[in-house]
Write a protein that binds this ligand. Structure first.
Ligand code: PLP
Length: 400
């Protein structure tokens, strides 16, 4: 039998991907399942982006490209940062990979030595801890509860930051909580970071455009330009442009990290798909009006879901400021018995029983490092979300 490496054995599979697989299996078996576990827009990729890809195919843009991005795409990214964030990057500070996920993996691979610590505020996107553990990095989880709006305070950062800290991860708007740091909150975090010059900052801005109630989006480079020399911005086209399957993400930051990331990419995937890169140029340089329409839909759905969940026995849901998830607490359901006889000892049991009893698939909070909660996507049709909420209400009412 082939022996798998200890590092990979220590890794967990993505909980969101596992829930998706389960939804597929149950649906094939004929169950009426509402899958709200995944993290992707339900809208199709806009036509003008598909056209850019088709044009690239027809023009024969089907060969190997530069390792970390075609010049046209890097130029489009540079322009995006300048226009949207008022940040100036040189082309040499930009790296394109097969999704934000690969950019994050490349950055960890490029910088981590065994024992290096990475501070991750929880709840966090499931991938961060496992992506860094492969390289011997040590996740340092900071629990940021619902009572503090799922955001880390400067005091909490101060309590865990030390000489071994290599990175701090900021993800705003957050997957799974939808919490967003405002300029003041980022300033508080930056003031702590100033005193630790060896700490790099990874700011995952992938939900930058999915913000509600006209809140302004801010990234830490805008608040603390003095940290720019050690900040890597992670972003991508998956969420804003409904391009999850195209696999294009990008990073912008210090040249030395960007160069090391290219070295890794050159020896692993070589580069992301040439056709997807051209489609991403179409996305970043094409018309952007549809984004507003999508955000309006996400906001409307957020409002419907938050209201319904807060009318549900034992559930308490904060109103997300961005992204397309809700992260309600199910503390009021813990230790109750579900109609299938299962005792809801944990949020994992809550999600399992909900799936078995009512066919609604959500991801348990433990996977995101903060319990007892569950994550439910709001990137689904209004009717589907309404039906899911009716089922969750019935499920919770029937708990004894
Ligand atoms: N960062 C966060 C917070 C995410 O939620 C995701 C996807 O779910 C990603 C990064 C990576 O997205 P992609 O690899 O599709 O660019």
């Amino acid at each position: 039998m082939v022996k798998i490496s200890e590092r990979v054995n220590a890794m967990q599979q993505s909980a969101a991907i596992l829930v998706d697989q389960k939804v597929r299996e149950l649906s094939i078996a004929g169950r009426d399942i509402i899958g709200l576990g995944s993290g992707e827009p339900d809208f199709d990729t806009p036509e003008h982006i598909k056209d850019a890809a088709l044009a690239a195919i027809r023009a024969g843009k089907t060969k190997y490209t530069a390792v970390d991005g075609i010049p046209e795409l890097k130029a489009a990214i540079k322009k995006k940062f300048y226009i949207e964030n008022n940040l100036s990057f040189d082309i040499s500070q930009i790296s394109v990979g097969a999704g934000g996920k690969q950019i994050i993996a490349n950055a960890f691979a490029a910088t981590l030595n065994p024992g290096d610590e990475v501070i991750i505020p929880a709840p966090y996107w499931v991938t961060y801890p496992d992506s860094l553990k492969v390289w011997g990095g040590k996740p340092v989880i900071v629990e940021c509860s619902q009572t503090q709006n799922f955001k880390m305070s400067p005091g909490q950062l101060k309590a865990v930051i030390n000489d071994k800290t290599k990175w701090l991860i900021i993800n705003s708007p957050s997957n799974p909580s939808g919490a967003m740091y405002d300029a003041n909150e980022l300033k508080g975090i930056a003031d702590v970071l100033i005193n630790y010059p060896q700490v790099n900052i990874m700011t995952d801005d992938i939900y930058e455009h999915i913000v509600f109630d006209n809140r302004p989006f801010v990234t830490i480079n805008q608040i603390a330009p003095e940290l720019a020399g050690r900040t890597l911005i992670v972003n991508g086209v998956s969420k804003t442009y409904c391009m999850t399957g195209w696999r294009i993400g990008y990073g912008a930051g210090p040249v030395e990290i960007i160069k090391a990331m290219a070295k890794i990419q050159g020896q692993t995937t070589t580069h992301p798909s040439s056709i997807s890169q051209h489609a991403a140029v179409g996305a970043l340089t094409g018309e952007q009006k549809f984004i507003t329409t999508h955000v309006e839909a996400y906001q409307r759905r957020r409002d419907t879901v938050v209201k319904a969940l807060n009318e549900t026995d034992g559930i308490n849901c904060l109103t997300p400021e961005g992204a397309f998830y809700v992260y309600p607490s199910c503390a009021g359901s813990i230790n109750k018995i579900a109609p299938n006889g299962m005792c809801i000892e944990t949020d994992e049991k809550f999600a399992l029983a909900l799936l078995e009893c009512e066919g609604v698939a959500v991801v348990h909070g433990e996977a995101f490092g903060l319990s007892p909660h569950f994550r439910m996507t709001t990137a689904a049709a209004d009717e589907k979300l309404k039906e899911a909420c009716i089922r969750i209400q019935r499920f919770c009412k029937n708990l004894v």
